[in-house]
Design a protein around this ligand. Structure first.
Ligand SMILES: NC(=O)C1=CN([C@@H]2O[C@H](COP(=O)(O)OP(=O)(O)OC[C@H]3O[C@@H](n4cnc5c(N)ncnc54)[C@H](OP(=O)(O)O)[C@@H]3O)[C@@H](O)[C@H]2O)C=CC1
Ligand SMILES: C/C=C/C(C)=O
Length: 325
């Protein structure tokens, strides 16, 4: 019989998460049966999504959601022999018994000198998010200029490196000088510390005087409002996350990327670029691909009935470029 330790959500987070929001409890696991395996955690992941998703996906007392790299320590399933490593979504727990259906094997020829933790980072979900966001959402092309924020993080650091490999000019920002030095080492073209910059707007403009073709959005909130006017025509934005808002206790207004508008989610959905331009009453410009569906700056979705008239769900008026309201 194995006793597992599990971190649970004692109470929903209010503002910034606190240690007292969590509770460590012990659970006695059943003996694995035929077809099942017993896992032992090697690395647990702590990711930004846990903050907003805990609100909707969890109830108080649940084990914290999350992925881990685990080692199989008992096996009655030939697909997962003892000693192999897997990625499991079993949350923040030290041990777990399961049938293997939700397990992803870590590559059997994983190089000895590469830490297994990277299966939760550059070679895992964050790395794939970076890749799909660049290739399928931004459809990034050689010679283009890309901006990424939270650039030294798990997603951002991979975004910048892939964009460099693809022949782009990469601008990144981060919140400490140490992170800024790291981004230079990674080969980013222009980097700055957004916390010490006198003006975010000016730093962004200096880094790319002709504007940005692609914006990999990790931060949202006020940051995105400053970036929007510096997007070039036909620019593309991968709205990956809005970490600056996850701990908000009162909703921000008048901004583009909110947790509700995160549209990059592994299977990448689609958004903006050409044809119709819609000017919102608050000065933001929204480009649609088809002239019919428009994502507004405030998280509301507006549907045009004919490509010209836009009805908002909340009573705001949206003016189209051709003068129709
Ligand atoms: N759509 C999807 O499928 C996925 C989305 N994401 C999203 O991508 C983003 C980055 O995730 P990930 O790389 O894993 O995160 P990390 O935990 O690796 O890095 C997060 C970094 O964000 C920066 N940050 C935190 N608060 C703020 C703030 N208020 N303003 C500006 N920057 C801030 C900090 O860096 P600094 O010191 O530079 O401020 C922090 O270290 C998140 O928004 C996340 O939700 C991640 C994975 C998948
Ligand atoms: C899977 C991760 C999602 C976000 C929004 O972080």
């Amino acid at each position: 019989m194995v006793v597992s330790k599990a971190w649970t959500l004692r109470q929903h987070f209010q503002g910034f998460p606190k240690a007292s929001d969590f509770h460590l409890r012990e659970e006695t696991l059943p003996q694995p049966k035929n077809g099942q395996v017993l896992l032992e955690a090697v690395f647990l992941s702590v990711d930004p999504y846990m903050r907003p998703y805990s609100q909707t996906m969890m109830k108080e007392g649940d084990v914290m959601i999350g992925s881990q790299v685990a080692k199989v320590i008992q096996s009655y399933n030939p697909s997962f022999p003892v000693g192999c490593h897997v990625v499991s979504d079993c949350g923040w727990r030290s041990h777990w018994v399961c049938d293997g259906a939700e397990l992803t094997p870590v590559l059997p020829d994983w190089p000895q000198d590469i830490p297994l933790s990277l299966a939760l980072g550059a070679i895992g979900m964050p790395g794939l998010t970076a890749l799909y966001g660049l290739e399928e959402v931004c459809e990034i092309k050689k010679g283009e200029t890309l901006l990424v924020n939270a650039a030294a993080g798990a997603v951002g650091s991979v975004v910048g490196q892939i964009a460099k490999i693809k022949g782009c000019r990469v601008v990144g920002c981060a919140g400490t000088d140490t992170k800024v030095s790291y981004l230079k080492e990674l080969g980013f073209d222009q980097v700055f510390n957004y916390k010490t910059a006198t003006s975010l707007e000016e730093s962004l403009r200096e880094a790319a005087p002709h504007g940005y073709d692609c914006y990999f959005e990790n931060v949202g909130g006020k940051f995105s409002s400053v970036v929007m006017p510096q997007m070039r025509e036909y620019g593309r934005i991968a709205v990956c996350g809005s970490i600056s808002m996850y701990n908000d206790t009162t909703p921000q207004t008048g901004i583009l990327s909110t947790p509700q508008t995160v549209i990059l989610q592994h299977t990448v959905q689609h958004h903006t670029t050409d044809r119709y331009t819609v000017h919102t009453t608050d000065g933001y410009t929204v480009h649609t691909t088809d002239g019919y569906t428009v994502h507004t700056t405030d998280g509301y979705t507006v549907h045009t009935t004919d490509g010209y008239t836009v009805h908002t769900t909340d009573g705001y008026t949206v003016h189209t470029t051709d003068g129709y309201t």
